[in-house]
Design a protein around this ligand. Sequence first.
Ligand SMILES: Cc1ncc(COP(=O)(O)O)c(C=O)c1O
Length: 362
Amino acid sequence: MTRVFNFGAGPAMLPTAVMEIAQREFLNYRDMGTGLIEISHRSKEFEDVINSADSLLAELANIPDNYKILYVHGGAQMQFSAIPMNLINRNPAKKAAYVETGNFAGLARKEASRYGNVTVAASSENTDFDRIPEFDVASLDADTSYVHITSNNTIYGTRWQQFPDTGDIPLVADMTSELLSRRLDISQFGVIYAGLQKNLGPAGLACVIVREDLLGHATPETPSLLNYKTYADKHSLANTNNTFAIYMMKLVLEWLKGEGGLDAMEARNDEKSALLYDVIDNSDFYLAAVQKEHRSTMNVTFNLANNDLLNDFLEQALAKGLYALKGHRNVGGIRASIYNAMPREGCVALAEFMQEFEKNNA
Ligand SMILES: Cc1ncc(COP(=O)(O)O)c(C=O)c1O
């Protein structure tokens, strides 16, 4: 069997080595005569898995001791509710500020507005989200409970290159489509969250990294299983958690460490994305979808100058094993999602295909 180069935005390709280990261990985990997903979340074996996931993530992302790692049900969008429920009550004014950089940022803001006084602190909507907008931190009221950003915008292909210093107001970041793709100073953030399905594992669960002093402020109506304190107090095992997703995440983290950690991954991601951006920049046939200085290294978005060729492009790419390159339905065009698991060869193959397609169709 040949595996395609899967450019889908998520659920996304996982490292082949990880898929092979999972396959090997699926029926018979550690010679137990049973699979890991068939045994208790309170078993010694699963405890080892979740402890390893914690320590690998803390080591790889250089997470300071005053942060907790949580595995929260419901994927990234469930965090759009969990964030206000856990944080907006920090101040009686119940204020939160959102920076609007695309579809998911907007959904997060709309959900939060059900819980308090939510404002748009900055937006790039008027330029079709082709950039990260200027954001004046000084404009925030001091009693703002938190500021929310989407660090990498999966649909549009932009990312924050640097993060704003919000001082005493906790900065909350949706890092679903880029966590562990580059080095970060975790201490700049109050909360980071990410759905697992891009760089971390299967869909349906979110990894949350939260500063300890932000626990314990949830509004009284917050369901226990959305209250970060429940997860922190019970090591994410207040109820039966998604043991398979946590196991897969542990395997991905082991793989990442073996690949050289975040230093190596960031350099590789810069190089991989540059292979594609170079083709786009050196051509009138392909048009970059976003401003150069705001480009993502995870989601490379572009258009064909002649959009009538789009279906041919996608069909011919697929025939060469380049899968799922269609842009998001909101924006059209082409999107190559090249998360950590996408090998350099996948980007080389796509860059070569793009040049060949241009030669044949220009
Ligand atoms: C930046 C970002 N936030 C949130 C989500 C929503 O994730 P989920 O489907 O896990 O709720 C996505 C999904 O692609 C995303 O890219």
